[in-house]
Structure formats: C-alpha cells, structure tokens
Design a protein around this ligand. Structure first.
Ligand SMILES: Cc1cc2nc3c(=O)[nH]c(=O)nc-3n(C[C@H](O)[C@H](O)[C@H](O)COP(=O)(O)OP(=O)(O)OC[C@H]3O[C@@H](n4cnc5c(N)ncnc54)[C@H](O)[C@@H]3O)c2cc1C
Length: 337
C-alpha cells in the first residue's frame, strides 16, 4: 500500500494526479484484501487497467487498485472453435498477438487497441467492423456488494456501441476478473470491407489475406493515423459518434450538404470527428491541450504538462461548439475521474 502516489505513469494522457492510496493486485485474494482495507478506511475505489480510457481531473482521494491478474487458458469447443480465457491484467494487444500466433481468428481487427483484457467488456471495445461482443462468450466478475465471483454471459452484459452494463447499471459494482472469447481455428471469417483495410492490403500486395495479414493492415493504418500514447498523451477517441433521429439528420442535410451519416433504422450515426472538424477544432491548441492534427476526435496532452482539468475544459468547449453549430450533444467516451 503506497500513499500519495503519482498516477502519471498509469494513465495514457500522462496527467500528473495523485491517488491517496495505491496498490497492485495479482490475484483475487489480494484484490479482496485491498477491498477490505478500503472498507475499513472508508475509501472510494478506482480500478486501473492500462489507464488508456480515463481522464484524471483531480487527485483521487481514495484507493487506486491496479489489476495485474495474469494468465491465458484455452479449451476446445468444436473442431473449428476454441474458447480462450484471459485474466484481466493481460495486455489487450499482446493477447491478440498470442491468439494470432496460434492462428485463432476473430480478434485481428482489434489489433493495437491499448489497454487490458479485463477492461475490454466495459465499453465493448471496437474497431474496423468488429466489437468484442462478436466473439464474446462470458466474463467472470467480483461483485463488490457481496464479494461473490459471478459469471456474465453475452446477454447479461447488454453490450451496445461503446457501452455495456458495466458502464450503466453495474457501474462501480463489478470488477472484471477474466474474459472468455470464442475464436475460430480453421474457417476464419476475414473482415476486410471496413475503413482502409482493403486499400492497405492492396498496398501490401496481398490478394487472399490471412487473419495475420488483416491484423498487420490494421496495425499499419492505426500507426499512420493515431498518436502513440508513449509519445503524445491521449486516450484515443475522446467522444462517441452521436446517433440522431433520421428527421434531424435530414434537416441538417438541408443546411450542411456534406454532412456524413450512417443510417441504422430510423436513426443515423454521425461521425463526431467530422462535426468537430467543421467547428474548426482540428489541430487547434489552447494552452497545453490540442485536438490532434490528423484526427480531431483525439484530444492530446500537447505539451505533456496538461492537467486533467485543462483537458476536461477543452472537451467541454468542443461539446459546446458542436452543440451550437449542429444542435448535437457529444457524449464523452473517456471515463472522467
Ligand atoms: C491511442 C488509443 C486508441 C484507442 N483506440 C480504441 C479503439 O479503436 N476502440 C476502442 O473501443 N477503444 C479504443 N481506445 C480506448 C481504450 O484503449 C479502451 O477503452 C480500452 O479497453 C481501455 O482499457 P484500459 O485497461 O486502459 O482501461 P482503463 O483506462 O484502465 O479503465 C477504463 C475504465 O474501466 C475501469 N476498469 C478498468 N479495469 C477494470 C476491470 N477489470 N473491472 C472493472 N472496471 C475496470 C476503470 O476504473 C475505468 O473507469 C483507444 C485508446 C487509445 C489511447
């Protein structure tokens, strides 16, 4: 147990905020011991994975617990399918690479997403046409109300776009201990139609891509478009893409003929990056904070000295200007602490 501990190395924004107490746990017993300490000292809790989806707006006056539970196991499900289970503290991208090395398919489009396996169900991580709900079987959680270990299946997780029960009704109640995925062993469903994957594969001279080729294409695209948090502090997309009623979208089309939208029933998903860019934010810097020059959806700690409050205020300014111009209220994807 450490006191007044800097969380700067534990959040990819690189914000320098302190936790009153900090500890790391590698198994459920250590986690329960830390929880018992927090109960006896009446401390609020903050669970940390890779810290790539949080913004620390102030010092945390409680106990921050870094989840380091490790281990990967597997069980054959059928001739073509395997169940692979990874503990919460496994690094997500290393886990994806582990599966690809074994030629297990299903995770390739999610290559290079920062963070840990245990956090992947929190917002149903997604990229390039895949979300974890597509290959998710179950996750094991510790229920903080009764300290029982429970299992959540796909339906119980209520996955949505960057959403799950763990961000809604179950927020703060469950610690995810491990996650199980169903992956293919032979008959892989290669998904290349999303984003720039097809053109990147063409560029690499690949006609019949394997799952490993798709992963490499995704890695190449991500490295060319997104800032590496090791070099510039950021948490990836700061906002969700808003979904608005078709009628509102059609009214906006009258005013802004270039507006982009992806219809889904009587709703339309609008790219938040486009809205932000239209308000003049792309590449704009205020003090220590900026919107990234290649991807306006990504807010960066431009000087490395930004406080969480500065980043939060910057995001509020973006929300206000998008609201004023388009009448659309952006929602933050990043967890504000
Ligand atoms: C450059 C970059 C690119 C990104 N690209 C994508 C992308 O393409 N798609 C996407 O979906 N996301 C993306 N993200 C966001 C982020 O990587 C994911 O949301 C990731 O799952 C966060 O994992 P983490 O372990 O770092 O979470 P953390 O930031 O450590 O935690 C996030 C939240 O979950 C809680 N938490 C952490 N672990 C647990 C646990 N085991 N049980 C219960 N609660 C827990 C924390 O308290 C916090 O509220 C990107 C981020 C960056 C920096």
């Amino acid at each position: 147990m450490q006191e007044n501990f800097s969380l700067q190395p534990y959040n990819t924004f690189g914000v320098d905020a302190n936790a009153k107490y900090f500890t790391e746990v590698s198994n459920t017993e250590e986690l329960k011991a830390a929880l018992s300490y927090s109960t006896s000292h009446s401390l609020p809790l903050l669970f940390l994975g890779g810290g790539s989806n949080i913004l620390l707006t102030k010092d945390f006056d409680g106990l921050a617990i870094k989840l380091n539970l490790k281990g990967i196991s597997e069980e054959n499900f059928s001739d073509n399918e395997v169940f692979v289970t990874a503990k919460a503290g496994e690094n997500w991208h290393e886990f994806v690479m582990y599966c690809l090395h074994k030629n297990y398919g299903g995770l390739e489009n999610l290559s290079l997403i920062p963070g840990n396996v245990g956090t992947s169900p929190m917002q149903n991580i997604g990229a390039y046409g895949t979300e974890i709900k597509d290959i998710f079987v179950s996750c094991q959680v510790l229920d903080l109300e009764d300290l029982e270990v429970k299992t959540f299946n796909l339906e119980q997780c209520r996955f949505g776009y960057r959403d799950s029960i763990f961000k809604q009704k179950g927020k703060g109640r469950y610690v995810i201990l491990e996650v199980t995925f169903k992956l293919t062993r032979k008959e892989h469903h290669v998904k290349t139609e999303y984003g720039a994957i097809t053109s990147e594969l063409k560029h690499l001279g690949i006609e019949n891509p394997t799952i490993q080729d798709v992963s490499q294409a995704v890695i190449n695209i991500r490295q060319s478009k997104l800032p590496d948090p090791k070099e510039i502090g950021n948490a990836g997309s700061f906002f969700k893409n808003p979904t608005i009623p078709l009628a509102q979208f059609e009214a906006l089309q009258q005013k802004f003929e270039n507006i982009q939208g992806y219809p889904n029933g009587d709703m339309v998903k609008v790219p938040a990056g486009w809205l932000i860019e239209q308000c003049g934010w792309k590449g704009k810097q205020i003090g220590n904070v900026a919107s990234h020059k290649l991807q306006s959806l990504v807010i960066i700690n431009a000087t490395g000295k930004a406080s969480g409050k500065e980043i939060f205020d910057f995001s509020t300014d973006i929300i206000n200007s998008v609201k004023e111009k388009f009448g659309i209220e952006l929602e933050r994807e990043v967890n504000i602490i």
